[in-house]
Design a binder for this molecule. Sequence first.
Ligand SMILES: Nc1ncnc2c1ncn2[C@@H]1O[C@H](COP(=O)(O)OP(=O)(O)OP(=O)(O)O)[C@@H](O)[C@H]1O
Ligand SMILES: [Mg+2]
Length: 196
Amino acid sequence: MISVMLSAKGGVGKTTLALVAALETGAGIFTNDLFSPIDKALPPGRCVKLKPGQMPKTLDRKRKIIFDFGGYADRRMIGLMKVADVVVIPTVNAFADLQVTIRTIRQVAQHTSKILVVVNRAKPGDLDKVRAIIHEMAGKYPVLELKTSKALARLYKHPKPVSALVAESPLNAYVYGDLHRQVTAIITAMSAIATS
Ligand SMILES: Nc1ncnc2c1ncn2[C@@H]1O[C@H](COP(=O)(O)OP(=O)(O)OP(=O)(O)O)[C@@H](O)[C@H]1O
Ligand SMILES: [Mg+2]
C-alpha cells in the first residue's frame, strides 16, 4: 500500500501524520525533507531520505510505504500521485490554509480520486465546517479530524504507537483515548480508500 502525505502548505502535519501512521502500521517512510529528524524516530532503515530527483527504483505495493513529500513544486509528486493507493491531505481550519488545501485537492484530483483530507489541530466545530467547505469547493472526499495533542507534539522525541500508549495504563487509555480513536479512524479510512 502506497500512501502519500501531501500539501502545498508547510507545517500542517504531513510529517506528523506520516510518523503516526508508520509507528502504528509498521510502514516505512520515504521523505524528500533532508533536514527532518523523522529518521531518528524510526528504527534504522525504516526511513529513507531521498535527495533531489532521487526515487526508489521499485515500489512494492505489497509493502506499507508512506511518502512524506513537502513542497508542491517537487516534480516527483505527479508520478507519486499516479501510483498512490491513497493521498492524505492535511489542512487546518484557517482561511489562507483552506485556500491552499482546495487548490491542492483540485490538483491531486487530476491524477487520482483516492483522497483523504485530515483537519489537523481541529477545534470543536472545525471538522463540520471544513468538511462542508471541501465538499462544496473541491468534491465529496472523506474528511476526518486530528486534534492538537501533546503526545503528537512529543512524537519525534518519544516515538511510540498511539495504540501502545493507550495500552500502557487505564489512565493513558483515558487521556489518549480520543487521540487513539482519531488515529484509528484515519488509518482505517486510508486502508478503505486504498482497497476501494
Ligand atoms: N495534532 C497535532 N498536535 C500537536 N502538535 C502537532 C500536531 N500536528 C502537528 N504538530 C506539530 O506541528 C509542527 C508541524 O507539523 P509537521 O512537521 O507534521 O508539519 P509538516 O506539514 O510536515 O511541515 P513541513 O511542511 O515543514 O514539512 C511539528 O512541530 C509537529 O510536532
Ligand atoms: Mg514535514
